[in-house]
Structures are given as C-alpha cells and as structure tokens.
Design a protein around this ligand. Sequence first.
Ligand code: SME
Length: 156
Amino acid sequence: MHNVTDIIPGLKERIDGLFAEGGERDVILKTICEWMAKDMPHHDWVGFYLVDPENDQMLKLGPFVGAKTEHVFIPFGTGICGQAARTKETFVVQDVTKERNYLSCNERVKSEIVVPILKGSKLVGSLDIDSWTLSPFTDEEINFLESLCKRIADLF
Ligand code: SME
C-alpha cells in the first residue's frame, strides 16, 4: 500500500517551486496532474474541470493525465464533479458503487475525489482524481488537496 505521509511533503515542495516559477496557467495545471499521477500511487486519473467560459452552469474538461474521457462537458448538478460544483464543497466518494449520481469514465475506477477551486466565493473549476483503489483518501491527503486548490485559485 501507499504511504501519502511520506509522499506529500516532497510533492508540496516541488509544487511550491512550480508556483514560484510562474508561467502559463494550463501548463502549471498539467504539470500538477503529471506529478500527482506519478507520485501518488492511487492517483489513476488526475484532471481539472474549469467553468465553461460560455456557460457558467457547465464544467469543461481542462488539463488532465490519464485515459481519455467522454465527459468533456458536465452540467452543474450532474455526477460527482457537477454536484461539487453546486455545493462548492469537497466531495469524497470512497466507493463509487455507493454513489447514484455518478458519471463513469472507466470501469476500473473505485473511488473519486473532487475539490472545488474557489476564487473568493466564485467557483472557477475543480480538481478531479479517480482511483482504482477503494477508500484511498485520508484526511491528510484531503487537506493537502484543499490547500493546493486554494493556491491554484490565485492563477485565475
Ligand atoms: N466521474 C466523474 C466524471 C468525470 S471523470 O471521472 C473524468 C463524475 O461523476 O462527475
């Protein structure tokens, strides 16, 4: 099994460096996806959904790492991503078979976490992580992802 306690500090440090370097937002987001998918053994699909500039009730797929998904546009309220967009709160689903309002991307996925990215009180996007492991998300990781999304909000 993985031990996120050992992995998170190094990852955090590299991400801090990435923010300090600056650069284009989508490049930074893609790099974060790549690093998390590589370092966190249970991150099997890592991506960002951003609020569609043409429709503020719609999420649009942004930078991601992992298998291609048919869910490029997700209306607010639909699936785990759309529900988190509506509540603006982190949505942790440790077992996707227990969630009825769920959009399946890949049958190997067992769990998912969606963390909203808020600019003030306005939703600008969300971080979505799918895992092939059941119940992998610890409080420590959830805190890490939430503070990461607070930093990411500054890019918007
Ligand atoms: N499972 C998500 C859809 C997006 S994919 O995981 C990439 C959901 O239920 O919103």
